[in-house]
Design a protein around this ligand. Structure first.
Ligand SMILES: [Zn+2]
Ligand SMILES: [Zn+2]
Length: 187
């Protein structure tokens, strides 16, 4: 009971604080903070819109992302950041173009140099014109490129000329074919 007059008196040490909370300055401060929170909330929604447009092609999904950021302030944009596609559409498109260009390049190379028929990288000879395309590794029989010095599959050194007795006729046919091919090119 003895405390009540003390609280009511002007000597109350909390009175300046209470006065501050009821002052116009405090209210203006709260309004200012509220304003910044709203601006930040709208900024996160705008960020979700800008980012989603770069990552998502479907306009419905973009609308869902923005709506999430608007309906659930700050949490919504966090959820969007976790669930968004990891790549930008531009990067995906660029990579697809690169892959297509690579496939085209490979497609040009995957042809018999003698008759231009389609061949597989694992072919030792052309099935159409029967020309020898690659020599097999003498140990693992893997097809080897002519300029290789080592079999990349079994690490066997490729000595030149190969001791394989089959090599000579194949080389001769290959030289003949090459000569024929050059004639065709020039003629
Ligand atoms: Zn061929
Ligand atoms: Zn080998």
């Amino acid at each position: 009971m003895g405390n009540l007059p003390f609280l009511a008196s002007s000597l109350n040490p909390f009175k300046p604080i209470l006065n501050f909370f009821h002052s116009g300055g405090f209210r203006a401060g709260v309004e200012l903070v509220g304003f910044f929170v709203v601006v930040l909330w709208l900024a996160t929604a705008f960020y979700a819109f800008k980012d989603a447009r770069r990552r998502i092609a479907d306009p419905v999904l973009i609308a869902v992302a923005v709506a999430t950021a608007v309906v659930f302030p700050f949490v919504g944009v966090l959820v969007y950041v976790i669930l968004r596609p990891p790549e930008y559409l531009d990067d995906v498109r660029e990579r697809e173009l690169e892959i297509r260009a690579m496939e085209r390049r490979l497609g040009v190379e995957q042809r018999c140099p003698y008759c231009r028929s389609e061949i597989d990288a694992s072919f030792l000879a052309c099935p159409v014109c029967t020309n020898r395309l690659k020599n097999p590794c003498r140990r693992c029989k893997a097809p080897l490129e002519p300029d290789w010095n080592l079999c990349p599959y079994c690490e066997t050194l490729i000595d030149e000329p190969q001791p394989d007795h089959q090599t000579e006729p194949v080389r001769a046919t290959r030289r003949r074919s090459l000569a024929k091919h050059e004639q065709e090119q020039t003629g």
